[in-house]
Design a protein. Structure first.
Ligand code: PMP
Length: 449
């Protein structure tokens, strides 16, 4: 990394080719729609690549290119790719059993860790995906209140189930004070569910007050990412989460924090600990198990009573698999070990990276904006000084972002589709320095194109 300020790089071609990925992509597309197994991967730049191996903060693609990865499995790999302690625990567990369809002691250990770390967590159920955990939380909210409607926010992603795959990218028009029309993001969705979702603009406390004054008696729960992280990274305004908490308490609605991204990433106790606002129930996934498919719904004791006595169904063949929980227990052990200094490391390396990128941007006079937290931040092409909600995010130049992602990929740096950077403790000072230089070169090629 340059120590005397950013160097203007030449942006010369790197000679990287993606030929084998391209050929494999053609073969895959014949067998698999789009050649990918999750639609988010369709947006990969320069096109969906094939990877051969991963280690620390690096990926190696099938063309032999080394890539500094800031996608990190879309968030899970907070400890880096293939963290040794997690792999050792998993190998040990593989020798004793994979899936018992019965109880095992790791379930208690993992639940104890969660309830110790997460402020709202008095009880826990494990799932495989964040999508399922969110559905469980919604069901719990409806069962507890006897009400139907869920408030969800424009621009938030809470999984791909019909009831929440609404207003993620597509904006609804205004239909009332603080309220937008619900728009499904997918063909083939059940349309009836749209009647039970109320869409608000996030970070707008007055808007939520209006929604409550119009619909209080029918609102079962308010569901939100406590840091909006699926359309760029947007932090809650000062006092916003506190006000949401008060409104839910006053109106008897269940506050659900979807911490699938923020959980274990923005702190060992998630965003609820970082911002000091405790929801009634929260969902976790991603960083909880270092890439093994584990998710959790955790919350107030009483909300789980109808699950305990079977009135609310919560199920899943792969829930609490022994292998997944071995990974989760070891991951949570590491994350919660004060001696490991995970969050200090993330804060200092991420801070260094954000500062380095900002210096390069200033040297280029580029209209590229960086915001978020050191372990979770995003870039957007805009002249705005801050992006505070989806409406503002939507005014940034999305096409320019995709072109720039392709320039970054050409320089060996991979970031997530919406311009999001997921840091890990495996990103070294050297990785950060090389990344900042790569951003410099990528901006040069971007500006020339
Ligand atoms: N909630 C949030 C905030 C997410 O970011 C995601 C996934 N990106 C989900 C829920 C769904 O999780 P999964 O992909 O594991 O179903």
């Amino acid at each position: 990394m340059t120590t005397t300020g950013p160097r203007r790089e030449t942006g010369a071609p790197t000679g990287r080719t993606f030929e084998r990925s391209r050929i494999l992509g053609i073969a895959a597309s014949d067998l698999t729609p789009g050649g990918v197994h999750s639609n988010i991967r369709l947006a990969e730049q320069p096109f969906p690549l094939f990877f051969d191996s991963a280690s620390g903060a690096h990926l190696r693609d099938v063309d032999g290119n080394d890539v500094i990865d800031y996608v990190m499995g879309m968030g899970p790999m907070l400890l880096g790719h293939r963290p040794k302690a997690v792999i050792d625990a998993v190998i040990d567990q593989l020798g004793r059993g994979i899936l018992f369809a019965g109880q095992h002691e790791l379930e208690i250990e993992a639940a104890e860790q969660l309830t110790r770390l997460i402020p709202c967590a008095e009880r826990v159920r494990f799932n495989v995906t964040g999508t399922e955990a969110v559905q469980a939380a919604i069901r719990m909210a409806r069962a507890a209140t006897g009400r139907q409607k869920i408030v969800k926010f424009q621009g938030h992603y809470d999984g791909w189930a019909d009831s929440v795959l609404v207003n993620v990218s597509s904006r609804g028009h205004k239909v009332g004070p603080g309220r937008l029309a619900a728009v499904s993001e997918t063909l083939g969705a059940e349309q009836a569910v749209l009647g039970d979702v109320i869409i608000g603009e996030w970070n707008d406390a007055l808007g939520l007050e209006s929604i409550f004054s119009d619909h209080a008696s029918s609102i079962a729960g308010v569901l939100m990412e406590p840091v909006m992280a699926n359309n760029g990274v947007i932090l809650p305004r000062d006092g916003y989460l506190q006000r949401v908490r008060e409104l839910c308490t006053d109106h008897g609605a269940i506050l659900i924090f979807d911490e699938v991204i923020t959980g274990f990433r923005v702190g060992a106790g998630g965003a609820q600990q970082r911002f000091g606002v405790v929801p009634d129930v929260a969902t976790f996934g991603k960083a909880i198990a270092s890439g093994f498919p584990v998710a959790a719904v955790a919350g107030r004791r009483g909300l789980f009573d109808p699950i305990a006595d079977g009135r609310v169904t919560h199920a899943g063949t792969y829930n609490s698999s022994a292998v997944g929980l071995a990974a989760a227990v070891t991951t949570m052990d590491i994350l919660s070990d004060p001696g490991a200094g995970i969050y200090e490391t993330l804060a200092s390396r991420g801070g260094q990276l954000m500062a380095g990128i900002r210096e390069v941007i200033a040297a280029h006079s580029a209209a590229l904006h960086v915001q978020g937290l050191p372990m979770l931040f995003s870039i957007a092409f805009t002249t705005a000084l801050a992006i505070r909600n989806h409406a503002e995010a939507a005014t940034s130049d999305a096409a320019a972002l995709q072109r720039f992602r392709a320039c970054l990929a050409e320089q060996g740096v991979r970031i997530a589709a919406k311009g999001t950077w997921f840091l890990s403790i495996a990103h070294t000072d050297d990785d950060i320095g090389r990344t900042v230089d790569a951003v410099d070169r990528a901006l040069t090629t971007f500006e020339r194109a």
